[in-house]
Structure formats: C-alpha cells, structure tokens
Design a protein around this ligand. Structure first.
Ligand code: BG6
Length: 484
C-alpha cells in the first residue's frame, strides 16, 4: 500500500488529540504509514489548515510517547493535514469534503484508498456512513474502510439496527470496530502465549485449570462522563465489550491455522458456548455494586450519587462481578470469574489462571503448604507475565511460593491505538470486533440488563478505594476460591 487518505470525523475532539494524532505520528516515525498519505480532519468549528496543523503539533507535544525535540519532524508530518469544516448531518456539505479529498488525491497522485475514522458520538455513526455512501466519498477505485468505536448500540436490538444501517454503506470486512482492549500489547500477546508454548498449550483446559479470573479495576470514578455512564453502567461500558473480549481471547482454542478468520472463528465458538443466564437467577452469578464515598491515595472522594450530573437516587452499577461457564469439552466445569469497577483500590487489568492443586494433600503440614500454581498476565498498568511456583527456600528449607517474572520495558511498548491503526491500514482485522462477537455479547448480556432494570439483583455499595463489595468475594468463596 503506497498511499492513503485518512478522513477523521471529530478531528477537534478529545480522542483525536490524546490518541489518534500521537498514534499516527508514531507510525510515521516508525515508517509504518504509506509513503504518500493525507489526513483530512473534519470538524464542526471553523479552522484554517494552519490552525489545524498547529493544534495537531500541540497534541503531539503533550501526548506522543516519543518526546521528540526535533520540531522539523513534527512539521514535516503535519504538512499532510488539511481541515474541512462540516456539520455531519448536512448532506450537501459532503460534496465539499469529496472535492477536497479528490483534489488532494490528484495533486499527490494518490490511489483512492480511503480510511474513514468516526471519532464522534455514536448517534452519528449511521448518518455519516450513509452520507459517505450517498456523496460518492465511498465510491473509490481503491479500498475504503470505516473505523468506529464502542458503544455499538446500548442493547441487542439497537446494536442490530445500527449494524443494519452501517451495512448499507460498508461491507462487514470494511468495518473495523475498535475495542481498545484488543489493542493492548499483552492482550495481543495472549495468542502467542497460549498457542506458541506447548507447555502452556497442553495445560490450557479443564484437566489442569481450576478457574480463570479476569479483572479490570480502575481508580478513577465517573469523571465528567455522567451523561453517558449513568445510562451505561459497568455492564455496558466494560462487560459487554472489553471483559467478554478478554474472556474470548483467553478461552479460545488453538485454530488449525493462525489467521484472521480462524482466530475470529475460535472466539465466536467461545461466545456460542457461553452458558446463557436466566433473568430470574442472574443474581446467583452476578454481583453489582455502586461506589460510596471513601479515600483514594489519602484524599477523600465523593459517592457515585454525589458526582456531578448523577442523581442521588441513581441505581447505576459502577462495579460488576460475575461467574461464567463455557459449556464445551475444554472448559466444562471451570468457572471464569470477571470483575470490573470504578473507584477501586488500584488500577489493575489482569488475567489470572489458577491451576488445579492435586498435590496439596501431600504437603499439608504447617511447614509445608503448597499454594496453587498461578499464571498471571498483567495487562495494565504494567505489561508482563508471571508464573507462581512452589519451591523450597534453600536457607531455611521451608516451602514457599516463588515467582518467575517477565515484564516489558515501559517506554518501548506501543500504544493500543498505534497497533490498531496500523492493522487497519494494512487491512488486518484480527484484533477488531466482528459483528458476530458484538451480537453474541449483547445477547449474553441482555438478561443481566433486564434483571438490573427490574431490580432483581441487589445493588451493593462499596467504599471508594476498596476492593469492591463483599458479595463479590463471596462469589468465589462459595466455590472454594479467592480473588488473586
Ligand atoms: C473505556 C471505558 O472503554 O475503557 C472507560 O469507557 C474506562 O469507562 C476505560 O475507564 C478503561 O480503559 P483502560 O485502557 O484505562 O483500562
């Protein structure tokens, strides 16, 4: 691929500034962008090309992981940026955008490869997609692709409706749905870890694994997003997408070939085997919570109901934990636990595999207790893998757990957006969410949404800065386990 036009809707927004421009710049520095590329920023406000370019340079100063002092590189990079003022609902305005794109392609002798990135609120996804089609922007001699980011609907029905509309303008294999968790280097590494290591591969089943625990805890609260979050809750914001993606990536089995389609196929199989929940028994397997006031790093923080934009009586979930079962021959009998919450004691995204411990009765004296073997995949804030084994301390002869550790060096790790944008540029959709996965995930989550809405599941409160409601601990204690 030697040329591409990147049309960014929402070019003056927060995501563009924090993530997209720095990611494009890093790709540029690593010579991973096509030789000839243009970025057409689309925004509602007025701006000249020069103003737009300096806005981009500012974002690189603040957010790029390459603290490059060499100004000339940045200036060279932003020369490829043009701005187009457009109200995305104004159908006639797209003609101007098409002219700009075409004129630019002509001037630079570029092929008509067009990437449309919709960094706008989801209510505009279908409007923009249809306008791209109707204006002729989507009729190219090269390829066209659409990148969108969650939320893809707010329940099964709305997701289906959205998909139906998008599919009138783009084919499924032209749609790149970002789940930024799939761009995290350690999540991408799961595939290598489990498929490329015969030692782990042979243990990756219910004969050896006792349970799997997937955690995505955050310290931050609702921040300034009450308008969205109070309607979404942790169930829509984290579980339907990120948590279920982590589950699919962990539980999928080695395909016959390592290819985009085969991997997605394996992921789909996991979702299809996920035991459905019944609305009236959701509470047996799902715990929901909402944060109370408390302390974070020694500072007092307010309860969810006192956050700006949230009604004191809000029943929204800021924490969800659940026990899931995958009914297939590999995972039969192995509980998968997920938990995610805001205002927790620490920021930690990780997957812990607890192995069965059949030897524990061999060593059951006080001196010689054996802990289960644990494989921990740390995703965020630190990237790494560790394996907990039992070993005798050579000095005092006591049995103790030791940890074999690998941690990546922080500064070299590329950002999720960098990896994902590159994949989209080269047309590799392995780490994007296929429509099947979106649909199956909503389908699985649906009884939980209903049970929450009908208040069939108690809403536990937990102190800010804690490890979540006691009920979430009980969920594992019932099965003889604990959260690691
Ligand atoms: C987003 C959610 O998708 O993921 C946020 O909307 C959440 O509520 C964020 O804070 C967490 O992402 P990360 O990469 O910080 O774990």
């Amino acid at each position: 691929m030697d040329s591409m036009t990147f049309v960014l809707f929402g070019a003056t927004g927060d995501l563009a500034k924090r993530k997209i421009y720095p990611a494009l710049f890093n790709l540029y520095l690593n010579q991973k962008l096509p030789k000839s590329f243009s970025v057409i920023g689309v925004g509602r406000g007025e701006s000249s090309d020069d103003e737009f370019q300096s806005r981009v340079i500012d974002s690189l100063h603040t957010f790029s992981r390459h603290l490059l002092n060499d100004k000339s590189k940045k200036e060279e990079f932003v020369k490829a940026f043009r701005y187009c003022q457009l109200d995305v609902t104004d159908t006639a305005g797209y003609k101007k955008l098409l002219e700009l794109v075409q004129q630019n392609e002509k001037e630079k002798n570029m092929a008509e490869n067009r990437m449309f990135y919709l960094s706008v609120t989801p209510e505009f996804f279908d409007v923009i997609a249809m306008n791209i089609k109707d204006s002729g922007l989507g009729s190219t001699n090269g390829w066209k692709r659409l990148i969108i980011e969650k939320p893809f609907g707010h329940d099964l029905k709305s997701a289906q409706e959205l998909n139906e509309k998008l599919s009138k303008a783009f084919e499924e294999d032209e749609i790149y749905r970002i789940d930024h968790y799939l761009g995290k280097p350690m999540v991408q590494n799961l595939e290598a870890l489990t498929f490329a290591n015969p030692v782990l591969q042979s243990l990756w089943n219910n004969r050896f694994i006792a349970n799997v625990q997937i955690t995505a805890n955050e310290i931050v609260g609702v921040e300034e997003r009450a308008g969205y979050y109070d309607k979404a809750g942790a169930i829509r914001d984290m579980v339907q997408n990120h948590m279920l993606q982590l589950l699919m990536m962990t539980a999928m089995h080695v395909p016959k070939r390592i290819s985009e389609n085969e991997i997605r196929n394996e992921k789909r199989k996991v979702m299809e085997s996920l035991r459905p929940l019944q609305r009236d028994t959701v509470g047996v397997h799902v715990v929901r919570g909402q944060y109370e006031h408390g302390e974070i790093s020694g500072e007092p923080v307010v309860a969810y109901g006192e956050e700006p934009g949230v009604e004191a009586s809000s029943q929204n979930d800021t924490f969800v934990a659940a026990r899931l079962w995958i009914d297939n021959s590999f995972w039969d009998g192995v509980p998968f636990y997920i938990r995610t919450g805001k205002r927790m004691a620490e920021k930690a995204t990780k997957i812990v595999i607890e192995f069965k411990n059949p030897l524990k009765d061999l060593y059951n004296s006080e001196m010689e207790q054996v802990e289960p073997n644990l494989l921990t995949i740390n995703i965020n804030p630190n990237e790494g893998v560790s394996l907990q084994l039992n070993s005798k301390n050579p000095i005092n002869g006591e049995m103790e757990p030791i940890t074999v550790d690998f941690s990546a060096s922080k500064q070299d790790v590329p950002e999720a957006y960098e990896l994902l944008l590159f994949d989209a540029l080269v047309g590799d959709s392995t780490f994007f969410t296929h429509w099947n996965e979106v649909e199956l995930s909503w389908n699985w989550v649906e009884p939980i949404l209903e049970a929450f809405k009908e208040n069939r599941v108690p809403l536990h409160s937990y102190s800010s800065g804690s490890m979540g409601p006691e009920a979430a601990h009980q969920l594992l204690i019932e099965d003889g386990y604990k959260w690691w």
